[in-house]
Design a protein. Structure first.
Ligand SMILES: O=C([O-])CC(=O)C(=O)O
Ligand SMILES: [Mg+2]
Length: 233
């Protein structure tokens, strides 16, 4: 489908599924998704301690131009996460406290962007969390067409509108809408298993024994010696 579009309809996943993935956190969800779906770590948290999850509203924008972010705000609903990408690499500060005020008014829980943000002190003070490739004061214009709610690539990951974006201090995950329930189930199983492991490790059990890693080391030819052998011996 050629051209630029603002797509109105987004199929959003069930709120319980979104909430469950948020509670599980990025690292667990990433493991549960078979170690797929992680947005590149260069798209990193710009505050401490924020944890969000929500359906993605996506923006494909011309670099250095935030016109389509303004168009996207109107498409956002309570609980959504705005995901902004540019059609070629850009670190321009295309998002700041004014746009955040607008998103907060619609109940949006955070921004993930492959480009830059600015007004970072104000964003932190107002409690609007952002995960961004850059912080840059570089200003942008409102002059070029783009699209809202089309599939985009953010930090090397495909993000479709309505996919579940989970973001915390560890980074950003995108869970495809069709596998969100399955990934939640696997996340819960991992959390339960990790409770037992945490208790064992805290009691002094070694990972070497708990995971059967002594055999792995042996198989890989790793040997234990009391002292490093002299060179040449
Ligand atoms: O207005 C802009 O171009 C971006 C910005 O700084 C804001 O949203 O506050
Ligand atoms: Mg500003």
């Amino acid at each position: 489908m050629a051209g630029h579009h603002v797509v109105r309809n987004v199929k959003r996943p069930a709120p319980e599924v979104v909430q469950g993935l948020r509670d599980a956190g990025v690292a667990t969800v990433h493991e549960a998704a078979g170690r797929t779906g992680l947005v590149a770590p260069a798209v990193r948290p710009r505050q401490d301690g924020a944890v969000i999850a929500g359906p993605a509203i996506t923006v494909s924008s011309h670099p250095g131009d935030n016109l389509m972010i303004h168009a996207a705000v109107e498409m956002c609903q309570e609980g959504d996460v705005l995901v902004v990408t540019t059609t070629s690499p850009s670190t321009d500060g295309m998002f700041g406290d004014l746009l955040a005020a607008s998103l907060l008014a619609r109940g949006v829980v955070g921004l993930v962007t492959d480009a830059g943000v600015r007004d970072i002190a104000a964003l932190r003070a107002m409690g609007f969390p952002v995960w961004a490739r850059a912080v840059s004061a570089q200003g942008t214009v409102k002059a070029s067409p783009g699209s809202v709610n089309v599939p985009v690539v953010c930090g090397g990951r495909l993000v479709r509108p309505g996919d579940v974006v989970v973001a915390d201090d560890d980074g950003v995950m995108c869970v495809p809408a069709r596998s969100a329930e399955d990934v939640l189930e696997r996340s819960r199983a991992r959390i339960a298993a990790e409770e037992d492991k945490r208790a064992a490790l805290s009691s002094g059990v070694l990972g070497l024994d708990m995971y059967g890693l002594r055999e792995v080391l042996t198989r890989l030819g790793v040997t234990y010696v009391d002292d490093l052998p002299e060179e040449g011996s």
